[in-house]
Design a protein around this ligand. Structure first.
Ligand code: C2E
Ligand code: CA
Ligand code: CA
Ligand code: CA
Length: 277
C-alpha cells in the first residue's frame, strides 16, 4: 500500500510534471527542426599529404536555427541524444552526405564522404540495411562511404557493436576509428575490429612541432596503423609546420583549418576548383 501511495504522490509531483513536459517540448522542437530540414551538412576536405589533392570530405552537421542562427553540433547533439532522435538525425546526415558525394562523383570528383555515427547507431540492427538502401538509391559505390566511430561508442557493448560493424563492413564501405589516442583499450580494438582508417585526434596534431612527445606519438601511431594495414588521417591540422611534419612522418591524409574549415557544399565545390587550378 505504501508503494502504491508513493506512486500516486510521484504522479502528482508538479516538479516532475514540469520536467517531463520540458522533455516533450524539446523532443517536439527537434522533430519539427528535422521535418523542416533545418539540419544541414557542412564538409571539410581531407587532403593527401605530399600530392595535396583532396581525396575525401568529412560531413559535419549544423543546425540552421530560425532565430539563433547556425549552431555547431556541440550546441544540440546532447539534446538530440536525450530525445532519442539520433537515429533520425544520422539518417538526415547520411542522406545529404551520400547524395552530395554522388553529385560530386558525377562531376568527376572521386571523393569519399565520411559520416560520424553515434553510440546508439552501433546498437541499431536496422542501420546496415538503411545504409545499403541509401547507397543504392543514390547509386553511390559503397567504397565511397566511410563511417566514423570512436572507442567510447564501442565500450558500452563491444559484442553488439562488432556485429553492426561487421554488417556495415560486409556492404563494402570503409570504417574509421575516430579521435584515436583519447580512448583506453585502443590496441585491442585495433586488433579485433574491422577498421580501414585511423584518425589521430587533434590534441596530438594541433601543436605538432612544438612538443617532442606529440611527434613521437604521431610517428609510432602511424607506423603501428600502417603495419596493421590502416590508412592514417591526421585531424586538426592548423599550421603549415604541422602539415610538413605529418608528411615527413608518413601520415596519409590531413584535415584541418590550415587546409579548409568545414563549409557548405557549394563553397567546398569552389574550394576544390580553386585547389585543382
Ligand atoms: P569530430 O568527429 O572529431 O569532428 C572534427 C571536429 O573538429 C569538427 O568540429 C571540426 O569542425 C573540428 N575541426 C576541424 N579542423 C580543425 C582544426 O584544425 N582545429 C580545430 N580546433 N578543430 C578543427 P564540429 O563540426 O564542431 O563537430 C564536433 C563533433 O560533433 C565532431 O567531432 C563529432 O563528434 C560530432 N559530430 C559532428 N557532426 C556529426 C554528425 O553528423 N553525427 C554525429 N553523431 N556526430 C557529429
Ligand atoms: Ca569525426
Ligand atoms: Ca575526430
Ligand atoms: Ca571528437
Amino acid at each position: 500500500a505504501a508503494k502504491a501511495e508513493r506512486t500516486v504522490v510521484a504522479h502528482y509531483d508538479p516538479q516532475r510534471d514540469t520536467a517531463s513536459r520540458e522533455r516533450l517540448r524539446t523532443r517536439q522542437m527537434l522533430r519539427r527542426a528535422i521535418e523542416q530540414d533545418e539540419f544541414e551538412v557542412h564538409y571539410q576536405p581531407q587532403c593527401a599529404l605530399g600530392g595535396g589533392a583532396a581525396v575525401g570530405v568529412e560531413a559535419l552537421v549544423r543546425w540552421r536555427h530560425p532565430e539563433r542562427g547556425l549552431l555547431p553540433p556541440g550546441a544540440f547533439l546532447e539534446l538530440v541524444e536525450q530525445a532519442h532522435l539520433m537515429p533520425a538525425l544520422t539518417l538526415v546526415v547520411l542522406e545529404q552526405g551520400v547524395q552530395q558525394c554522388a553529385a560530386w562523383r558525377r562531376q568527376g570528383r572521386e571523393l569519399t564522404v565520411s559520416v560520424n555515427l553515434s553510440a546508439r547507431s552501433l546498437l541499431d540492427p536496422e542501420l546496415p540495411g538503411q545504409v545499403d538502401a541509401l547507397l543504392r538509391r543514390h547509386a553511390l559505390p559503397a567504397a565511397a562511404l566511410v563511417l566514423e566511430v570512436t572507442e567510447e561508442m564501442i565500450v558500452t557493448d563491444p559484442v553488439r557493436s562488432l556485429a553492426t560493424l561487421d554488417a556495415l563492413r560486409a556492404l563494402g564501405l570503409g570504417l574509421a576509428l575516430d579521435d584515436y589516442g583519447t580512448g583506453y583499450a585502443s590496441l585491442r580494438y585495433l586488433r579485433d575490429l574491422p577498421f580501414d582508417e585511423l584518425k589521430i585526434d587533434r590534441s596530438f596534431v594541433q601543436d605538432l612541432g612544438t612538443r617532442a612527445a606529440d611527434t613521437a606519438i604521431v610517428a609510432s601511431t602511424t607506423e603501428l596503423a600502417h603495419a596493421l594495414g590502416l590508412r592514417v588521417v591526421a585531424e586538426g591540422v592548423e599550421t603549415a609546420a604541422a602539415l610538413g611534419l605529418l608528411a615527413e612522418l608518413g601520415v596519409d591524409t590531413a584535415q584541418g583549418y590550415h587546409l579548409c574549415r568545414p563549409v557548405p557544399a557549394t563553397d567546398l565545390s569552389a574550394w576544390l576548383e580553386a585547389r585543382a587550378a
